[in-house]
Design a protein around this ligand. Structure first.
Ligand SMILES: O=C(O)CCC(=O)C(=O)O
Ligand SMILES: [Fe+2]
Length: 247
């Protein structure tokens, strides 16, 4: 399974404002987060883990339709093969302190903050319109400090593969596009994945293409970094880089 290019969503530096917008707050009387949802922790290695909470949120199909209809979706691009290519998905970013577009997302944000006791940055969203949209193996390097991060990802819409694999595989074993060592967490609507510890330093993740899938998937991502350890250097994922000889 391959994607056009590795491509993490836009994240931005945390702003000074720790609050979230209140649009729609309290509009829905009942909780959408399952109070008794089970969190299974997958220990990838000593310092990297992923929590999986199946059916964490109810109503994720309706939420998909609402987000698809109402968010300011953008077509991102990245510098690849010496030119800008369109990213095969749409993205949206709701900065911290801005109104949250849906009460369900505000509730999710609050539940995550309570559980993980970290101050997440804004809301990132990715829309895979069908099985042709994807994001290749990558790390969320835009966060810069990857030593200790928490990245929560809520799935709405279709179930798609979500692959995770170590980035420390001996070069000889890393055959191009061989994902046989990857683990598929296959999150369905309402499922929550939380990637923590050194996941962004030592592990790669991807949402590969699935030919023939026509339903869309929207993921919502909340990110936090401890801002400890050495920061990432080098260009961000979309930045121009050229490998041709200088003229
Ligand atoms: O859509 C997803 O589940 C993952 C998205 C992702 O990895 C990213 O945008 O950095
Ligand atoms: Fe990512």
């Amino acid at each position: 399974m391959t994607s056009d290019f590795p491509a993490p969503a836009g994240t931005s530096d945390p702003g000074p404002d720790a609050s979230v917008g209140t649009a729609g707050e309290g509009a829905r009387g009942t909780s959408l987060i399952a109070p008794g949802a089970t969190f299974e922790r997958i220990q990838l290695d000593d310092r990297s883990w992923i929590d999986v909470a199946r059916n964490w949120m109810t109503g994720a199909e309706q939420l998909y339709a609402e987000l698809a209809r109402t968010l300011p979706w953008k077509q991102g691009s990245a510098w690849r093969y010496e030119r800008y290519l369109e990213e095969p998905r749409l993205t949206a970013w709701i900065a911290r302190g801005r109104a949250v577009p849906s009460p369900a997302l505000l509730e999710a944000y609050r539940a995550l903050r309570r559980r993980y006791q970290v101050d997440f940055d804004g809301f990132g969203l990715s829309w895979y319109r069908d099985g042709n949209d994807s994001v290749g193996f990558h790390r969320d390097r835009e966060m810069r400090w990857l030593d200790n991060t928490v990245i929560a990802i809520l799935t709405t819409g279709a179930r798609r593969p979500f692959l995770v694999k170590s980035r420390h595989v001996p070069a000889g074993r890393r055959i191009l596009n061989d994902d046989s060592d990857a683990r598929d967490l296959a999150p369905g609507p309402g499922d929550l994945l939380v990637l923590g510890g050194r996941c962004q330093a030592d592990w790669l993740h991807a949402v590969p293409k699935v030919p023939g899938v026509v339903e869309g998937r929207i993921s919502v991502q909340w990110r936090w970094t401890s801002r400890t350890g050495p920061p990432e250097r080098g260009p961000g994922y979309g930045a121009p880089r050229t490998f041709s000889r200088p003229r």
